[in-house]
Ligand binder design. Sequence first.
Ligand code: MG
Length: 457
Amino acid sequence: MGRLFGTDGVRGIVNQQLTPELAMRLGMAVATFFGEGSRILVGRDARAGGDMIVHAVIAGLEAGGAKVYYAGYTPTPALQYCVKNFGFDGGVMVTASHNPPQYNGIKVIGPLGIEISREDEKKVEEIFFEQKFRLASWSSLVHDAKPFPEANEAYAKGVVEHVDRSLIASKKFKVVVDCANSVSCLTTPLILRMLGVKVVTVNGHIDPTFPGREPEPTPETLEETRRIVVAVNADLGVGHDGDGDRALLIDEKGVVWWGDRSGTLLSAYIVEADKSRKPRRVFTAVSSSTLVEEYLKPLGVEVEWTPVGSVNISYRLLEKGGIAGFEENSGFIYAEHVLVRDGGMKLALWLEMMAREGKRASELFNRLPKYYPIKTKIPMPREKALKVVEAVKEAYKGYRQVTIDGVKVFGDDWWVLVRPSGTEPVLRIMLEAKTPEKAKKVLDEVKSIVEKAAKGV
Ligand code: MG
């Protein structure tokens, strides 16, 4: 059987892999999966073709007898918040998140607001590929899709309820928000205004051509934004991705900090602010730095590594419990709120931390141990990449390893992750060390192991 779902939903170039026909059949499969009469909330980001894909999905959902509610333009975390808090049976989000502008995609959300599990994705795929659609009889097709315009405001209120509004307002912060010309422009400025924060927006209007920057927030794509943070004397900057579940933070000096750094500090803050918070556990993907453990373990916080992909973190939090989950790409899950990545919630919590601790953003980030990162990738088919991973395991036999997604090796003042990409035929190498010289040395060593193993297969 074929596969539809990748690491995070169905993705493709719009009108090439992702056509309205596919979207409609997926809508029929999703309605069949949730059952006739189920109430499904649908939303979209700002991407080209979103209107066409949304209407095709809605047609399919209705054909399967679902009752459809349509939120229109909304961030993924807002849709997920509303699915959970308004008692919907499920949701469908039309988005390609951080992918380049020509992509679009479809995420299927379960009743707790979390993307459906891998097992449930397989069930939807089986219905889709084997055409086991259950179409509703005419007498069930009497519910037109209803608008659900309150999603963005309800979500913003939900975020604000989870932080100390008056404490944050008392600091009169100024924050630069880069909305990537997509749907977070409808919520993050609103959240900040409700928190009494002065907002400067960048790329703050909806535009599917993404004129400001690529939808993925990185130190490179946020180059202009980080300069604006410094130029307007802001206390903080934030760059969202195309659907608003990521929030990459920029300190007042214009330095962009990856999500494992901000996630570590936020997790420490959550347990310090409320000592009774249990279980004192966080989940983070193997692509995060080992500084997560180095910083959080002395605070009595257990760190559990997960495979890459935020859905893995959501389900681990659901099964085992914990205070938070996060990824190096800047996704952050605040377990008190909804068990999904949420850019608006992360930002509000960060401002509360700055307010309570009375520290500037750069001072907070400089509490962390300093590591020098190197990221590289080597093109090779997945088969070969898997064999290379085995060779790396063997070469570092004496070291502590985590092998749930490729292999992560823990040295004393360095670490390395070697894993096959989930989306492209490449082997990814990520490493960090406490000096640039050591980082280079580890890279050379790993590369020679990889090259030798790749030649042998
Ligand atoms: Mg996203």
